[in-house]
Design a protein around this ligand. Structure first.
Ligand code: PLP
Length: 456
């Protein structure tokens, strides 16, 4: 039943992202009123550790005066100006410089948008334009992966490899193909090593490129670690093998760093964790620690040259948002990146990550309901199974992971369940070891409670 008047007002007025319609109408939302560090508070004053930093994004947590000041300072000085060609302002210039300095591979220019979806849609348009401008208009197919998540606008949703984002929307759009998920636990043959599994996946990718015709395949999109599709960590050599295939067929690599960027995996970029040398990189979320919406697309020199020359040969690159590089979120992002430097972000994540990764494996790896614990840095998932030996999940109709995340709420955790009965961990990067222990204690109590309920 609705908890309070705000829940009632919500039910009467708000249409939610990923709405579950009638269920929401019946149960109402948990209304959050305030944040502090890694915690948020509801209307009754109950406190919760936000185990997924909201939506994998509030990297500096839910309170930060410096970001508030950066936003208000910029709002007073210049609350808005656009960056359409011929116009600019300092926040976007400084942010572009900072991103280029930090990029995991040599990058030439930065384009700004407002969300991860917009960044990925923009990358697709740049690739199509680039191939038009370089005399290869037929080279426009794009390969992504089953269970990859790249957003919900029409092109980004097409890249996404999850049925819910396609099936009722006539997606994917033409020319977008999906290859297998690099998940050894479910995808490998009996006894197959991670290395052989990675070779198999690279072979499959090459078969798709050859089948479609290399002169028609433009780009491959991948998250270094798949996030929303299940926190899937690929075999160590997977991306090395994939990149060999892409290079052979002149297919661009787009790294979707929307979740993995900015320290999440224990490296500054997820690309660095797996030896990825992207041609194009998209990022969002932790770019501004989510205090304001902003995303970015970095392109290397070759892609930039194509874009730049194209205006003469094929016409203007007709794409850009009113709020591309908006000065207020850009100023907040600049301050966010400065804070990351000062807190020594990568070293901090590496120092607390074992409390999460080893803690999850030691405490829950042998639990009868846990099939796999996976992750790296400060991103992880626990996958629930009905039959541990057979690696068999529960019947999805039983909604086991949603049930566990609901139980976890009563233990002071806001958790996120994933397709395939995963439960995600992606806390604010400022989390301390003590807070990680507290989070895992609470999770353990919730898991035990679920087990008791299932035995009944
Ligand atoms: N790419 C990845 C890897 C994501 O995780 C997300 C969102 O979760 C997106 C893209 C889309 O970002 P947005 O929701 O800001 O459009």
């Amino acid at each position: 039943p609705p908890r309070n008047s705000n829940a009632v007002r919500d039910i009467a007025s708000v249409l939610h992202p990923y709405t579950d319609g009638r269920a929401h109408q019946k149960n109402g939302p948990l209304v959050i009123t305030r944040g502090e560090g890694v915690r948020v508070f509801d209307e009754q004053g109950n406190s919760y550790i936000e185990t997924v930093a909201g939506l994998w994004c509030a990297s500096l947590g839910f309170s930060n005066e410096r970001l508030v000041e950066a936003a208000t300072r910029q709002m007073r000085q210049l609350p808005f100006y656009h960056g359409f060609t011929g116009r600019s302002h300092e926040p976007q210039i400084e942010l572009a410089e900072m991103l280029l300095e930090r990029a995991p591979a040599p990058m030439s220019k930065v384009f700004f948008a407002n969300s991860g979806s917009e960044a990925n849609d923009s990358a697709i348009k740049m690739i199509w334009y680039f191939n038009n401008a370089t005399g290869r208009p037929q080279k426009k197919k794009i390969i992504a992966r089953i269970k990859g998540y790249h957003g919900v606008t029409l092109a980004a949703a097409s890249l996404t490899g999850l049925p819910a984002n396609h099936k009722l929307f006539d997606l994917p759009i033409a020319g977008i193909h999906h290859v297998s998920t690099p998940h050894h636990y479910h995808g490998a043959n009996e006894g197959e090593s991670e290395e052989d599994f990675a070779t198999c996946l690279a072979d499959e990718l090459e078969e798709v490129i050859l089948r479609e015709g290399p002169d028609t395949v433009a780009a491959f999109f991948a998250e270094p670690i798949m996030g929303a599709g299940g926190v899937i960590v690929p075999p160590a050599t997977y991306f090395e093998k994939v990149q060999e295939v892409l290079r052979r067929h002149d297919v661009l690599f787009v790294a979707d760093e929307v979740i993995c960027g900015f320290g999440r995996t224990g490296e500054y970029w997820g690309s660095q964790a797996f030896g990825i040398q992207p041609d194009i990189l998209t990022c969002a979320k932790a770019l501004s620690s989510s205090f304001l919406p902003i995303s970015a697309v970095m392109v290397n020199e070759r892609v930039f040259e194509g874009l730049a020359d194209g205006s003469e040969s094929v016409g203007t690159f007709g794409h850009g948002f009113t709020y591309s590089g908006h000065p207020v979120p850009a100023a907040v992002a600049v301050e966010t990146l400065k804070i990351y430097d000062e807190m020594n972000l990568v070293a901090h994540v590496q120092s607390v990550a074992p409390a999460l990764q080893d803690g999850l494996r030691q405490r829950f790896g042998d639990h009868p309901l846990v099939g796999e614990v996976r992750g790296r840095g400060l991103i992880a998932a626990v996958e629930l199974v009905e039959d541990k030996a057979a690696r068999r999940n529960f019947d999805p109709a039983r909604k086991i992971a949603p049930r566990l995340s609901k139980i976890a709420e009563s233990h002071g955790l806001i958790m996120r369940f994933l397709p395939g009965d995963g439960i995600a961990f992606s806390p604010p990067l400022i989390i301390t070891e003590a807070e990680i222990h507290d989070m895992l204690d609470r999770f353990g109590r919730a898991l035990d409670e679920l087990q008791v309920q299932l035995r009944r």
